[in-house]
Design a protein around this ligand. Structure first.
Ligand code: IVH
Length: 671
């Protein structure tokens, strides 16, 4: 694209299309595009904007991708204090609240009293400021009066419109403030934790959200896919717009409002709402911890006023933490990939917060001591925001006569080595790092996990067999497995064996950064691996770095630096390195952008069918780095079509239109 008018038009169209799909995906939950196709739209936009930087505006969807690293967050004053809500666990107090408000309304001569019942989202409260429709500032609550300006991080959230569409409401001139909760969906939370090392996992989505909003790297924030629910709107010209209508307006402006709010007339309606969601909330894809009730008629908000901490026109009813009573039958000891021994309680299966629980972690022996728990005890387990239930207490008066103490194991349950407990640490460790089958299995599974080398065919049962038969002693061995060896394993046919080899083959295309994470160095999670891959672009550079050099890398402190040094000093490392090298795994970062050729300059490329040596994402990036762009549909203007195996109808169309079609080999030659 060379002329600016054309670019302007293309940008406008792409932006509109992207925001429409964002809305379909996040707000309306009925996506029309696959993630891949969506990313391609975004890539196209970024490519044009890169060519015409003067056309980049702060409300472009490309600004959500993040990338700015701020050193610290400036403090900002809230337009009006961000109050919290008074909380109650009692339905009687909810009724009292209702009657209190009713009295005031009757006193004012208003007979009808409506309350809006909303779900209480378990996240982090934030405030968004729009000026003449444009998002200008996003801030945390802080102490209520003053918070942190985290605009760059908030812009990465797809359910926060960067510009409010003035056509929908006439009066968006001046300042409009929207408040709401940033939260993480349960599945996104689990994915995030999966990508983190055991020792760095977040306890619940709320902690993960709070931790993420504090990050200084908004590109990382973007990757964590947080959401925003709006529940408060201030600054409309018509100050009397009722709260319920404001929520609907927010939804029309592109905000997610939770959809489940309801107008309640009587106390009974409120009770019914609370009761209904006590059970239903477990089916929601995000966590809620209660119900918020707000007076619908905002004209009385000011009259009712506020205490120092909370308004008198609203109240939060919190559901009691979900608890269940059960019996602790036994305690198992699990061996992690770093040798840590974790006691796990085997429980009588019991229904809790929508799922059956039969296990719960006891963390370590300090925790066992603190609880005073014994085998056969009757215990109370709880789920309160946390995804994994925990034993909160025992019922001492019901301790059976045959209760037995839980003794620390002397030997590793996997390799029988004598366990050690380092001074000042709460856990026992298996010191047999090199040979312990459980540790090897843990390392291999981590290596193959989704955010590492993503070898999905390598499940737990298979790895267990591979390790038990001595076929795999470290992740490097995976790449030397032969089809006949695999076929001899239990529940394995020729086809599955081939699938596994194919998946292993494919994993070689992963990046150096993913490989660094996959190695499973203690304290090196995804984000640290990314920093390391940039600071030390090859494994040789990394292992030759001194502790002092490592400690200068952003986000790497002395503990992580020490752990990296220790990792490369292990006697088994040279062997593993040799295997990884021979297997052709990515031991250095791919060429930086500037050094790549411009062979695809100005060319629009369409992929159809599967490629053997690249996944679509990787292939698109290669084109992109070389000055080309990737498109999703064929037209006469398409520069080139790369046809893989089983191409779709787009190939026919391209041939009909006379567009140049190349094979994967030709494409590779062009690179
Ligand atoms: S209204 C002035 N509505 O719960 C009114 N808050 O415990 C401001 N929260 O600080 C809050 N869901 O962080 C409101 N539907 C909802 C909410 C909600 C979650 C949070 C919010 C608030 C806290 C109070």
């Amino acid at each position: 694209m060379t002329d600016i008018m054309g670019a302007k038009k293309a940008i406008a169209e792409l932006r509109q299309e992207i925001e429409r799909h964002n809305r379909l995906y996040y707000v309306e939950a009925r996506p029309e595009l696959s993630d891949f196709d969506f990313d391609r739209l975004l890539e196209q936009l970024i490519a044009i904007e890169r060519q015409f930087p003067e056309l980049v505006t702060p409300d472009s969807p490309s600004q959500r991708v993040g990338g700015t690293i701020t050193r610290e967050f400036p403090s900002v004053l809230h337009r009006e204090p961000m109050l919290s809500l008074s909380n109650t666990y009692s339905l009687a107090e909810v009724e009292e609240f209702y009657s209190r408000v009713r009295k005031l309304l009757l006193f004012e001569g208003v007979a009808e009293q409506k309350m809006v019942a909303e779900l209480k989202f378990d996240g982090v409260a934030i405030s968004l400021l729009f000026r003449d429709g444009l998002l200008v500032r996003g801030a945390t609550r802080g102490d209520g009066r003053q918070g942190d300006d985290i605009t760059a991080n908030l812009k990465t959230i797809a359910t926060i419109p960067l510009r409010l569409d003035g056509r929908l409401v006439a009066d968006l001139q001046g300042e409009v403030e929207v408040r709401g909760e940033v939260f993480m969906r349960k599945d996104d939370f689990e994915r995030l934790n999966e990508s983190r090392l055991e020792e760095d996992r977040f306890a619940n989505p709320r902690n993960a959200t709070a931790g993420t909003l504090k990050l200084q790297d908004s590109a990382e924030v973007a990757r964590r896919r947080m959401c925003f629910v709006a529940y408060y709107l201030k600054g409309l010209k018509d100050e009397s717009t009722a709260h319920f209508s404001r929520l609907e307006l927010l939804s029309r402006l592109g905000f997610f409002t939770g959809d489940h709010y309801r107008l309640c007339q009587e106390v009974q309606d409120i009770n019914a709402f609370i009761e209904e969601w006590a059970g239903n909330r477990w089916q929601l894809p995000y966590e809620t911890d209660g119900v918020v009730l707000k007076l619908n008629d905002v004209r009385f908000w000011e009259k009712l006023g506020a205490t120092a901490k909370s308004p008198r026109w609203a109240i939060a009813y919190k559901y009691p933490a979900q608890q269940a009573r059960t019996v602790l039958h036994n305690v198992l000891f699990q061996v992690g990939r770093l040798g840590t021994i974790t006691p796990v309680a085997e429980l009588e299966p019991v229904l809790l917060a929508g799922s059956t629980v039969s296990r719960s972690t006891l963390h370590n022996f300090d925790e066992i001591e603190r609880l005073g728990v014994m085998i056969h005890d009757r215990v109370i387990i709880e789920k309160s925001g946390e995804v994994i239930p925990k034993v909160v207490r025992i019922i001492p008066e019901e301790r059976p006569a045959d209760a037995e103490p839980i003794l620390p194991p002397m030997h590793c349950p996997s390799c029988q080595s004598l366990l050690v407990r380092p001074e000042n640490e709460v856990s026992y460790y298996c010191p047999n790092e090199e040979e312990c089958p459980a540790q090897i299995k843990g390392r291999v599974l981590h290596f193959a996990s989704r955010n590492a080398m993503d070898i999905q065919t390598l499940g737990e049962a298979l790895v267990e067999q591979l390790v038990a038969r001595g076929l795999v002693k470290d992740p490097g061995d995976l790449y030397f497995l032969q089809e006949p060896q695999l076929e001899k394993l239990e529940r394995m046919g020729q086809k599955s064996a081939q699938n596994i080899l194919r998946a292993l083959e494919k994993s070689r295309e992963k990046s150096y950064e993913q490989l660094l994470y996959a190695l499973g160095i203690r304290h090196v999670g995804r984000a640290t691996a990314r920093e390391l891959s940039q600071a030390c672009p090859s494994i040789d550079a990394l292992r030759q770095s001194s502790e002092e050099q490592l400690a200068t890398v952003p986000d790497i402190g002395p503990v992580v630096a020490r752990s990296i040094i220790d990792y490369f000093a292990k006697p088994s490392w040279p062997q593993l390195l040799e295997k990884l090298r021979t297997a052709g795994l990515p031991l250095c970062a791919s060429e930086p952008r500037e050094q790549v050729n411009r062979n695809f300059e100005g060319l629009s490329v369409l992929f159809t069918g599967g490629l053997d040596r690249y996944d679509r994402q990787a292939a698109s990036e290669l084109v992109f780095e070389r000055g080309g762009r990737v498109v999703g549909s064929v037209s006469k203007k398409t520069g080139m079509v790369v046809a893989g195996h089983d191409p779709g109808s787009k190939l026919q169309k391209a041939l009909k239109l006379g567009v140049r079609v190349v094979s994967e080999d030709e494409f590779e030659a062009m690179l």
